[in-house]
Design a protein around this ligand. Structure first.
Ligand code: AP5
Ligand code: ZN
Length: 217
């Protein structure tokens, strides 16, 4: 299947995409992760994206599409994909449709994670990840079982994202409402939209998503 997770910063797209990988063997494609890797590597795309990301704006469609096309061309994506943080603009949604059409595929389901904006500022500001394996945590909602040690890999090097401060999160929310939220109607029009309450706890959202994936696979 080709699944899309739609939702504002902090909605739980990354958290749930990684769980869907575990539960269903699908491949998570996060354009945010790909862009952060490009920034860290100092590639041409990364240098162009860096300041935009730090300010909470959207990176240009050209850059994002070039990165995503390369990733989608890799053979592991045949197992089925979960798009996390993509598409984010009408142009990206149209490009995705043609990319899939060229392979005889289409979007299986676009899942909108519905949340409350104010709560998102707290979720994003409390977030940290394992620098070794990428597992995500939260100061209040998801601490490692043993403080200071990653549950997954035993690593002890945790990181916080440069754009995870309250001010930048508000800019990211604005970008979401202006440019990405209209895609909810776009996918509704295609008959592939599913809305879920993502204010529920992580396990409850995981079960709801699992039922949706089993229903469409
Ligand atoms: P990106 O990396 O995609 O960030 P984002 O959309 O802002 O989303 P987040 O990663 O902040 O949140 P999430 O929904 O994944 O939540 P998470 O699971 O971590 O993009 C970053 C930047 O890159 C953009 O601003 C833009 O500049 C650029 N970019 C990326 N893609 C682009 C594109 N396609 N086009 C243009 N520009 C692009 O959860 C958050 C926290 O809450 C975690 O700590 C988690 O443990 C916790 N949590 C999760 N679910 C729950 C729950 N149900 N209850 C309580 N806590 C929860
Ligand atoms: Zn780890």
């Amino acid at each position: 299947p080709v699944l899309i997770l739609l939702g504002p910063p902090g909605a739980g797209k990354g958290t749930q995409a990684r769980m869907l990988e575990e539960d269903f063997g699908l491949i998570q494609l996060s354009t945010g992760d790909m862009l952060r890797a490009a920034v860290a590597q100092g590639t041409e795309a990364g240098s162009a994206a860096k300041a935009v990301m730090a300010a909470g704006g959207l990176v240009s469609d050209d850059i994002v599409l070039a990165i995503l096309r390369d990733r989608m061309a890799q053979p592991d994506t045949a197992k089925g994909i979960i798009l996390d943080g993509f598409p984010r603009t009408a142009g990206q949604a149209a490009a995705l449709d043609s990319l899939l059409a060229a392979k005889g595929q289409k979007v299986t389901a676009a899942i909108s994670l519905e949340v409350d904006d104010e709560a998102m500022v707290g979720r994003v500001s409390g977030r940290f990840t394992c620098g070794t394996c990428g597992e995500g945590y939260h100061d209040q909602f998801k601490q490692p079982a043993h403080a200071g040690t990653c549950d997954k890999c035993g690593g002890s090097d945790f990181k916080r994202r440069a754009d995870d401060n309250a001010e930048t999160v508000r800019e990211r929310l604005k970008a979401y409402h202006a440019q990405t939220a209209p895609l909810i109607a776009y996918y509704d029009g295609k008959g592939v939209l599913e809305r879920i309450d993502a204010m529920a706890d992580i396990g409850a959202v995981r079960s709801t998503l699992g039922r949706i994936v089993m229903g469409v696979s």
